[in-house]
Design a protein around this ligand. Structure first.
Ligand SMILES: [Zn+2]
Length: 131
């Protein structure tokens, strides 16, 4: 006969109780993987670098809150790239939605109304920091 859900849950609980070292292993694993995410310091650095504004169109976080009711997003410069700071661009919702799943260099071109040469250079410099 199949176990019902409750029995299954109890047996899982029992298993964790009997294997405390597995809990530690699991916690260490999640801790280890968290370090691959962006730290608060890195995010602060990005904010300072971007002058607290969208790196693509230049609107400030305040303007972003007024216009989109959202703070600035963390955009992936290379869509399929890393989740780390080396692939992270500060972008407003409008730019993020417009860019969708493109890589930033395919989308951030002079014909794009959001394009600005100065900002393009800032983005380049930011990403080159990690090369
Ligand atoms: Zn923007």
């Amino acid at each position: 006969m199949k176990k019902n859900n409750e029995e299954y849950r109890d047996s899982r609980k029992q298993w964790w109780r009997n294997n405390p070292e597995k809990i530690k292993e699991y916690n260490d694993w999640t801790k280890m993987h968290k370090t691959h995410e962006i730290t608060q310091e890195e995010l602060n650095e990005l904010y300072n670098y971007a002058n607290h504004s969208c790196m693509y169109c230049g609107i400030s976080e305040e303007e972003s809150l007024t216009k989109y009711s959202q703070k600035l997003h963390r955009d992936h410069a290379i869509n399929e790239g890393s989740n780390k700071i080396d692939n992270c661009i500060l972008a407003c919702r409008g730019c993020n939605v417009s860019k969708r799943d493109k890589d930033w260099e395919q989308w951030y071109v002079p014909t794009n109304p959001r394009y600005d040469q100065g900002r393009y250079r800032v983005i380049m410099e930011w990403l080159n920091n990690f090369q």
